[in-house]
Design a protein around this ligand. Structure first.
Ligand code: CS2
Ligand code: MG
Length: 408
């Protein structure tokens, strides 16, 4: 079997997605997700100009060899654009291998280690009342684990908090920020550190001790601030505190780790297993947050999770709506197969996205399952995709109250 063509499909149903479709001379097709939120066309060009010519006529079964070839031969390694492009090829080849073997990809990764994949959803609120409503809405959908994000008194807008209760399970900028420049939000870490423990106190009082709660700090704190927050949240028994400090500096988590037992998760902006080396070998984190899409695909993610397993570190794979249904499906197959699964982030996609990407996964009683279709189990409706052309869109950014640009 040979790869006969590879096409890059850019579509924008509810938001922009970049998908690679590889076709073999046997007539099999495989899909890979290459979506890099806010920088989609950079990856599309990297694929079209530099990767597609390299993979035509290769044997699609040689996944490891193709991965090493794309990673090493370019000389320029790592980086989000490169790794998203390699991820798309890798996922598409696993999809083809599954179809060729008539097996779902999780079977090729070692088979199921569990019956379902526990997912967490995103609740948020401008005040306690709307936050409680959002938590209840997630419970009614079946979620047993819920991320809690909240507005902070005195700040206009906080990333991760839905602008209105009507946004339901979604908080991101679809499609409002299309064709616009990045929205400016504001931030005050001292106000946040004062406010957040009061919110978790109220949530525990309302919902009791059993509901699994998570929180995302979105890289905004110094090590000392993060240590203080971790300690102040200990009474509320969080499943994890995510991205408490900026991702570039793994040493920052030594300080946080030595000061608090609140579990730590990081990695949604990492690109390779190397970014985790210190964090894993020194056991500075509890959960790996990478997306399959942004870490070079299933091949390196499986290795990364096996490495993490040696240190009792578990998975918490990134699953916001900017991971396409193809990237989500890849995550679900890995989640089901690895021994050290922790939890899976799940922000349901919009209706238009589901029209373009036909999926075979299920969500029942808080658990996801990738289904039994051969391959990844996602079909791309190219006619539907063509109805939604790319539109430039930006994520927001943050300034401190004195105007200094800050992590958002
Ligand atoms: C968030 C994401 O899912 C998460 O934990 O941090 O919303 C993230 O900000 C976006 O995926 C950025 O593209
Ligand atoms: Mg996050």
């Amino acid at each position: 079997m040979r790869i006969s063509s590879a096409d890059v499909v850019v579509t924008s149903p509810d938001r922009n997605f970049v998908t690679l479709k590889i076709t073999t001379d046997d007539g099999l097709t495989g899909l890979g997700d290459a979506t890099l939120n806010g920088r989609e066309l950079a990856v599309a060009a990297y694929l079209t100009e530099h990767v597609v010519p390299l993979i035509i006529d290769r044997d699609p079964h040689r996944i490891e060899d193709t991965w090493q070839f794309l990673y090493r031969s370019a000389y320029w390694r790592r980086g989000p654009v490169t790794m998203a492009a390699i991820a798309a090829v890798d996922m598409a080849l696993w999809d083809i291998k599954g179809k060729a073997a008539s097996l779902p990809v999780y079977q090729l990764l070692g088979g199921a280690s569990r019956t379902g994949i526990r997912a967490y959803g995103h609740a948020s609120g401008l005040d306690l009342e709307s936050l409680f409503d959002s938590i209840r809405m997630h419970q009614s959908l079946g979620f047993t684990a819920i991320r809690v994000q909240t507005a902070v008194p005195g700040l206009r807008a906080v990333y991760g908090v839905a602008a209105s209760a009507g946004e339901g399970t979604r908080y991101d900028y679809e499609p409002a920020r299309r064709q616009a420049l990045p929205a400016e939000e504001d931030w005050d870490t001292a106000a946040y550190l004062r406010h957040l423990p009061t919110v978790f106190d109220a949530v525990r009082a309302e919902f009791g001790p059993e509901l699994t709660l998570l929180h995302d700090g979105h890289h905004r704190m110094t090590p000392n601030q993060a240590a203080r927050l971790g300690r102040s949240l200990e009474p509320y028994d969080l499943f994890w505190l995510e991205d408490c400090t900026p991702a570039e500096n793994p040493e920052a988590l030594r300080r946080v780790r030595s000061q608090t037992t609140t579990p730590l998760a990081i990695g949604e902006v990492f690109n390779t297993a190397f970014d985790y080396q210190t964090l894993i070998t020194e056991q500075l984190i509890d959960y790996v947050r990478s997306a399959v899409t942004h870490t070079g695909g299933l091949t390196p993610m499986k290795k990364l999770m096996d490495f993490a397993a040696m240190y009792q570190i578990k998975s918490g794979i990134h699953g916001p709506t900017d991971i396409s249904p193809v990237g989500m499906a890849a995550a679900l197959h890995l989640d089901l197969a690895i021994h050290n699964f922790g939890i899976q982030e799940y922000m349901p996609h919009g209706e238009l996205t589901n029209e373009v990407f036909r999926q075979s996964f299920s969500f029942t009683d808080g658990d996801l399952h990738p289904g039994e279709q051969p391959g990844l189990g996602v079909e791309l409706d190219e006619g539907a995709a063509a109805r939604f052309p790319y539109e430039r869109a930006y994520l927001p950014f943050n300034r401190l109250l004195d105007g200094t640009v800050h992590d958002w």
